[in-house]
Design a binder for this molecule. Sequence first.
Ligand code: PLP
Length: 449
Amino acid sequence: MFDIQDSEILPLSMEHSFWTWSAQGKVAPIPVKRAKGVYFWDVDGKRYLDFNSMTMCVNIGHGDQRVINAIVEQARQLPYAGPPMTTKPRAILGKLLTEITPGNLDHFLFTLGGADANENAIKLARAYTGKHKILSRYRSYHGASAGAMAATGDPRRVAWEPTTMPGVVHFLDPYRYRSTFHRTNPDISEAEFSQDYLNHLEEIILYEGPDTIAALLLESVTGTNGIIIPPEGYLQGVRLLCDRYKILLIADEVMSGFGRTGKWFAVDHWNVVPDLLTMAKGLTSAYAPLGAVAMRPEIAAFFNDRVFQSGLTYNAHPISLAAAIANIRVMQDDHLIEHSAAMGQVLHRMLTDLGEQHPSVGEVRSIGLFGILELVRDRQTKEPMTPFNGNSPEMVALRKNLLEHGLYLYTHWHTALIIPPLIISEEQLAEGFAILDKALAITDQAAKS
Ligand SMILES: Cc1ncc(COP(=O)(O)O)c(C=O)c1O
């Protein structure tokens, strides 16, 4: 029973697995057999170019033997020790993370993934400030557990309301392409644009009452909700508002961290140091599950004589920590942050060229290897290829076509995201763009030229 034929993987999984984010009768999983570099193969030997780093997480690429060896070695030496104990990887990883995280962040609480990192960051902020409200943005995803889901602004939250965590207030993102405030003056300067969104945020802070707000949680660069890159001055302004009103700033870098944007962390582009920073995905490049909350020393010190009321059986799991250490070393040894920044320029050029050639491309955005195409029916009106939170035959056909041609990427409503492993080369980017270029004929047919 423990050894099955490749051909049995799919039918047996369909019989017994319960799938997330899916109607069970509609799933069509790819039975994956192996993966190397920027490619993976299914059981029939079909090769896919991975333009989504699987789940936006395999930052160093697939099958890196250095990380695999570290995991095997740790499993041999000590696969597990309890949360109140410490281990060699725990000692090393904290030091390593202190070196690469922004500013004076120097204490780390280890979790299993992004959602529980955000849950714990919220608890830390509430306990530290003695306040309870959390501000977060509408175009955000922070995880599927109750608190992280409440903080999530996008419609994935709505299915679980009103039973999600109380106390979250959402505000608008500085999303220039579809800015409600700037329909009649789209050419406003970047500084004024930033200021308008900071004013909007400050107004909400005042209405909610600064004395009730524990933290402001945001994705430094928004991921699935649109690769929304903060305009110059915005994150610095958010930091100032947080300081003014004694609100902790939590940067969710679960997707944007570990080289994705061409820096270790996205906040580094604007020299903003959050009070708490959450990470997962690229922390181990998904070779093992791990998340973490980085915090300022004064937040850690606050709990010197107070108990932090939270825990996880797998807190600081040695195998995951060993994977993280090896993963960070790979990033350093192979200069992947620099490579991501350089390939990011190439990606930006390719996106721009593609956008110019296809009437269904309304806008392209990217920072590092974090890119997006917004597909529209009409460039003038910006009518999206799918209605908000909906689907359309064109997007279904586009997805199908890309997969048939061996390009794996993530589409979200009317957008296509390009989030490849950081090791990708210019040739491999071009290989994916050639497939995209042909496939966009499908959406072009539905667009006014
Ligand atoms: C920005 C962000 N935060 C949090 C999460 C949740 O992470 P996890 O799925 O590991 O719980 C995700 C997952 O996609 C994410 O993109």
